[in-house]
Design a protein around this ligand. Structure first.
Ligand code: SF4
Ligand code: SF4
Length: 474
């Protein structure tokens, strides 16, 4: 392991994710495990939405005093509501191709796996998938694809994005396409930007370089620096909304959470804007993958704490959880700062039109409920399910978006947009029971909207939606 000097503004992976700095931070955190007064001062700082640096976050992650942990959870909840309100944004992954030249040992799409029949969607098949997703009510997708320059070159991804945006089916439309594909060049990121993508998402998997190299024995992804510096190239290519994440369970959660926050600090230091989203996947079973091979797998209580600490450390970053997690885990962590979830997902190529995942899914889904059931469940828990895509379409990206969140102004857009996109969903796709329940929630939420002018405008738009018009936004 190389011990380069820690420099958050450096362009070199091993300087902005310095192993020595992570080791020192973890030692500092272990030393201050029982320092209640330090933990309390960090909680006060977090409560004021000032964020925490990676070292401070590592201290809170270690704290085992029950009162500190309770307070941590309560502040995480408070920050989420203060900045984003009670909306939860919904999205779905769309798997384009499971051809992949990489050897990631935790993923069933790795090149050595000869047990799965590889598949890549044609443009006609993509149309069928997107129509199936539109018929569920989705407006926001995350495109997923393995890395294979022959089967899935960038031109294929670009054509797929154009296809997705071009499909109009009844009242359906995909209004935001996020993209989760392999690390690429500045030039290619520029092409993705020109194609109108929302967020570019790439998970680091693990920040521990030696572990990373062992887990990625072959293919372009085996180059730690190439992968770790990808978000820098994306930013240089003009993409200002990037989504980071690790696959918790590959290395120790302490190491990876610290690295994740250092990555966020690096983007802020070098480009003046931190990550738009952080995802928190955990290692889970899949075809050809046995979780017993991963001794660092994270239990539920630690997972909740990780989510709360991220919420405290980077209050302005959206947090995403997928259907890898069960209904009960998702219910718990929604209250700890998660702002976006997937619903009704399929994690195999062609899974939506086929109506099943078959045996080629990238990971096993724990939450198998339909989108309608997820919407109903969110309503029952007091959240407002949202299909909003307004910011990116209004040019509120990068630092413009961040300054609105930091000023506490974004919730003023999120809330009415959530009500209007929920009203569209209820009118076009919901079951009768969910429609009735959702309309009651919209009525109640509207009556409680504090800004009279916004309430009036929103009420006017809701009437137009009820009369058949679509796509209003703030
Ligand atoms: Fe390929 Fe991604 Fe799976 Fe690695 S994690 S094998 S890059 S699809
Ligand atoms: Fe997301 Fe912006 Fe819509 Fe809020 S207003 S839900 S931040 S897109």
């Amino acid at each position: 392991m190389n011990d380069k000097v820690y420099d958050p503004s450096s362009s070199e992976a091993e300087s902005f994710i310095s192993h020595a700095e992570i080791s020192d931070s973890l030692a500092y955190a272990a030393e201050h495990r029982n320092d209640i007064s330090l933990a309390k001062s960090l909680l006060r700082k977090a409560k004021a939405c000032k964020g925490l640096n990676h070292r401070e976050a590592a201290v809170l992650l270690e704290a085992d005093d029950p009162e500190i942990v309770r307070e941590m959870f309560s502040i995480a909840r408070e920050i989420k509501y203060r900045l984003y309100g009670n909306r939860i944004v919904l999205f779905a992954p769309l798997y384009l191709s499971d051809y992949c030249v990489n050897g990631c040992v935790y993923c069933p799409y790795h090149i050595q796996n000869s047990h799965i029949a590889r598949r890549k969607l044609s443009m006609d098949e993509i149309r069928r998938e997107v129509i199936a997703l539109q018929d569920m009510g989705h407006k926001r997708l995350a495109i997923e694809s393995g890395e294979d320059p022959v089967h899935n070159p960038l031109d294929y991804i670009l054509e797929a994005i154009e296809t997705v945006y071009g499909i109009r089916h009844r009242n359906g439309a995909i209004r935001r396409v996020n993209v989760n594909i392999a690390a690429t060049t500045v030039e290619n990121y520029g092409k993705l930007k020109d194609a109108g993508i929302g967020t570019y998402i790439l998970f680091q998997e693990t920040y521990h370089k030696d572990a990373y190299e062992a887990l990625h024995p072959s293919g372009p992804k085996s180059d730690y620096a190439w992968h770790t510096e990808a978000m820098d190239r994306a930013m240089l290519g003009g993409i200002d909304d990037v989504g980071i994440g690790v696959l918790f369970g590959l290395d120790t959660y302490r190491y990876d959470l610290t690295g994740l926050l250092m990555h966020a600090e690096h983007l802020e230091a070098r480009f003046g804007v931190g990550p738009h989203t952080i995802s928190v996947p955990r290692i889970c079973p899949a075809a050809d993958i046995d979780t017993h091979d991963f001794p660092n797998a994270v239990p539920d209580d630690v997972f909740s704490r990780i989510i709360a600490v991220i919420r405290l450390a980077v209050p302005y970053t959206g947090m995403i959880i997928s259907t890898r997690e069960s209904e009960s885990v998702r219910a718990k962590v929604l209250g700890l700062g998660i702002s976006q979830i997937s619903g009704g997902s399929r994690t195999s190529v062609g899974g939506y039109a086929d109506g099943r995942d078959g045996d080629t899914s990238q990971f096993d889904i724990s939450d198998r409920r339909s989108l309608d059931e997820v919407v109903s469940w969110l309503l029952d828990m007091g959240h407002v399910p949202s299909f909003c895509t307004a910011c990116y379409r209004e040019g509120r990206t990068g630092d413009r978006f961040m300054s609105l969140v930091k000023n506490g102004k974004i919730a003023g857009c999120c809330h009415p947009n959530a009500l209007m996109t929920l009203a569209e969903y209820l009118a076009d796709y919901a079951s009768d029971a969910v429609r009735r329940k959702g309309l009651d929630v919209i009525k109640r939420e509207l009556s409680q909207m504090p800004d009279e002018r916004m309430r009036g405008i929103t009420a006017g738009y809701l009437e137009k939606i009820a009369a058949g018009r679509r796509d209003f936004r703030f």
